[in-house]
Design a protein around this ligand. Structure first.
Ligand SMILES: Nc1ncnc2c1ncn2[C@@H]1O[C@H](COP(=O)(O)OP(=O)(O)OP(=O)(O)O)[C@@H](O)[C@H]1O
Ligand SMILES: [Mg+2]
Length: 417
């Protein structure tokens, strides 16, 4: 098993998740479309990639597309077509379903699908799509998939980021465009007679809070919602031990457990990240064995150090993509409070509301939105006395970032008084 600190994993590098794969596979085989959600770095992309790999071995076609960079529905349709490019007979059928003008444009640049790489194929398809024809062409594409002789699993990863972008880039028109796209997607997949293609939509930003906010929750109600949770202690420990074994790193009893304690929650990426840190530490120190004390040291110097802070930047970017301009600073305040004060209480919430009531038209609404997203995406968990970080690492990261210049919300309010 190789260590992976960034890219998704599958095959021999993919650990556990047997029950999740079993549930997802049975939904897919029954022809149910799925919404896969889960906190950042939980392994959503890996689990759908591994599912696709396993289904491919059983005669399915697996089409995967990441639409994080898409700005309009035309980009999404072209991305799906591009994913189909390696399946020659399917790609040929797609070209066949395009209008005459588009067919001849594509025909001019390629005599056969084989001569064109996937990128060019996607670009050509995209060039033939516009605001007037994407619905129709997109439907033809889905129908072409339905006619394919093998069952197809289509994954659209990071769909909520695309929708969020469309929402914020299109001024007042954004909500209508999101509605239009989601209604189209639902129509295209619900109109299918057989059990293929099956759709899995995934992403680390909440799709449900987004459609709820827009007042269109029914647009995604045909999707079976499945949330990918963290590994339990036992699985996290086993994964850590497997990594150590594969890399011939000797670890003292209790090291894997100490790693789990430090993390506070078994998010696969951080189990891997911690392992990579400890292995580098052992190499640098010329050591053959890693001890429980080393776990503390590596946590402080590496995970909370510059390498860890880089990961945090990525978190902030995702959060910014998931929230609008007014809710984002509010979310940062909430995170800072929960990180430095341990908990974001209802008193702190009231102080925040008062503080932002002069700056924002709807401060309570922004706080609700920010909390919805932060809870949905797993940053915070609601408890009896307020919201707390379930991940110790995440809490320590934010805390390190704000510690020196943070003033608790309630004390700010009492100063004003
Ligand atoms: N089943 C697994 N076995 C081993 N490592 C895993 C597994 N799932 C995830 N990981 C680790 O977590 C990292 C992130 O995985 P992945 O990209 O699949 O997560 P994600 O939830 O899609 O992340 P993001 O929220 O950024 O989209 C991988 O690089 C790998 O280190
Ligand atoms: Mg992902």
């Amino acid at each position: 098993m190789k260590v992976s600190t960034g890219r998704w994993v599958d095959g021999d590098d993919f650990f556990d998740r047997e029950s999740e794969l079993q549930i997802l596979e049975s939904q897919v085989r029954d022809g149910n479309h799925v919404l896969l959600t889960g906190q950042r770095r939980m392994g959503k992309t890996s689990v759908v990639r591994e599912l696709g790999r396993q289904l491919e071995a059983q005669g399915w076609v697996f089409l995967f597309t990441d639409v994080e960079g898409a700005t309009c529905p035309e980009d999404v349709i072209a991305a799906i077509a591009k994913a189909a490019h390696p399946v020659r007979s399917l790609a040929a059928r797609l070209v066949g379903t395009m209008g005459r003008a588009m067919k001849s444009t594509i025909g001019r640049v390629m005599k056969s699908i084989k001569e064109v790489n996937a990128l060019d194929f996607g670009v050509k398809i995209r060039a033939g799509l516009d605001a007037g024809n994407w619905r129709h062409r997109g439907e033809q594409l889905i129908r072409a998939c339905a006619k394919h002789d093998k069952p197809i699993l289509l994954v659209i990863d990071e769909l909520p980021i695309f929708l969020k972008r469309m929402l914020s880039d299109s001024d007042s028109d954004g909500a209508r465009r999101v509605d239009e796209f989601l209604s189209w997607l639902r129509g295209a997949f619900q109109g299918l007679k057989g059990g293929s293609p099956v759709l899995i939509v995934s992403g680390s930003i909440g799709l449900a809070p987004l459609v709820q906010r827009l007042g269109i929750p029914d647009r995604i109600n045909y999707l079976y919602s499945f949330r990918l949770g963290p590994w339990c202690r036992e699985v996290s420990v086993e994964c850590f031990e497997r990594l150590a074994e594969s890399h011939e790193l000797r670890i003292d009893d209790g090291v894997a457990n100490a790693v789990y304690e430090k993390l506070g929650i078994g998010i696969p990426h951080y189990v891997q990240f911690f392992f990579a840190g400890l292995r580098d530490f052992a190499i640098m120190q010329n050591r053959e064995r890693v001890t429980v004390e080393d776990v503390d040291e590596v946590y402080r110097t590496q995970l909370l150090g510059p390498a860890g802070q880089n990961v945090l930047v990525h978190y902030e970017t995702r959060l910014k993509e998931g929230l609008d301009d007014e809710s984002y600073p509010v979310a940062m305040e909430i995170l800072a409070e929960a990180a430095t004060q341990d908990v974001f209480t209802s008193d702190a919430r009231q102080s925040l509301e008062r503080q932002y009531s002069t700056k924002l038209d709807d401060a309570p609404g922004c706080i609700v939105e920010a909390l919805d997203i932060l809870a949905h995406d797993g940053y915070l968990e609601a408890g009896d006395d307020g919201y707390r970080f379930p991940s110790r690492l995440l809490k320590d990261w934010w805390s390190a970032r704000f510690r020196d210049h943070y003033k608790p919300l309630e004390s700010r309010f009492s100063d004003e008084r």
